[in-house]
Design a protein around this ligand. Structure first.
Ligand SMILES: [Zn+2]
Length: 256
């Protein structure tokens, strides 16, 4: 059994063949697909898909950092309303975070939005799924400002240094490992070897970041098998062992 802990399969990229993509995933043993939220333009699509296959999908709710601009307040209110009116509907708060790669214009707003959502997750006792790009130090600093919070969650699509990985784990996070681990210049194999399976979950981030040999093409949940295979090679263990342990890590974190 495999779990894809991060897929945007509700997005338009899958409108033409979503059922086939789901079938592929189930054929290779993917039993659960977690759906991180982005913003109010896609919440409805996400919820409809999740409702169509409650056995396969689990939802998160949150406002993505790249969707934060000067008008973030109304979107954030919507997140609050959804999270607090039906908390059982969401397994976690995500994806939330800081992205200073594409644009730093709204850095201050992104920080506010992240901080607010972290506090909501804490009050609802839910794990958080963090999107961090070019901003590990800023995120660690922000998290440390709330030293009393006992963090748990995932650093999704982990792209930091080996030191960042260590810090994230010490703070209570698992590392989300996806297609990037198969890329030639990636330092993720080294990080995976150092941290070990105990701190890892599998993800695709589909439709983005497809593993080799599909790099540059649309990613899909069935490709978590490629990621599991690669991690098995790195650690010199069987793909079954990778599947079992990462599944156990995911289930424990989300209580699913
Ligand atoms: Zn994502």
């Amino acid at each position: 059994m495999l779990i894809d802990t991060h897929s945007h399969i509700y997005s338009e990229e899958f409108d033409d063949d979503r059922n086939e993509v789901i079938a592929h995933a189930e054929e290779v043993g993917v039993k659960l697909i977690l759906l991180p939220a982005i913003d109010n333009e896609s919440y409805d699509r996400q919820e409809q898909l999740a409702a169509s296959r409650p056995d396969l999908f689990r939802q998160m709710m949150g406002l993505h950092p790249t969707s934060v601009d000067n008008n973030y307040k109304s979107n954030l209110e919507l997140v609050h309303e959804k999270l607090f009116s039906q908390p059982h509907k969401y397994v976690g708060v995500g994806e939330i975070g800081l992205d200073l790669y594409w644009d730093t214009t709204f850095k201050e707003q992104q920080c506010k939005v992240l901080e607010q959502q972290i506090l909501w997750a804490e009050s609802l006792d839910k794990p958080i799924v963090l999107h961090v790009r070019n901003a590990y130090q800023e995120v660690f600093e922000l998290l440390r400002r709330h030293g009393s919070i006992h963090y748990r969650g995932i650093m999704h699509c982990f792209s930091g240094t080996p030191d960042d990985a260590q810090t994230a784990i010490e703070m209570g996070f698992l590392l989300g490992i996806g297609g990037v681990v198969t890329y030639k210049k990636s330092i993720l194999p080294e990080i995976v070897r150092t941290v070990g399976l105990k701190h890892i979950v599998l993800e695709t981030d589909s439709p983005y970041l497809a593993p080799m040999p599909y790099r540059g093409h649309r990613n899909e949940s069935s490709y978590v098998t490629i990621v599991a295979q690669k991690i098995a090679e790195i650690l010199n263990i069987s793909p079954q062992e990778v599947a079992e342990l990462t599944t156990a890590n995911t289930k424990q974190l989300f209580g699913i």
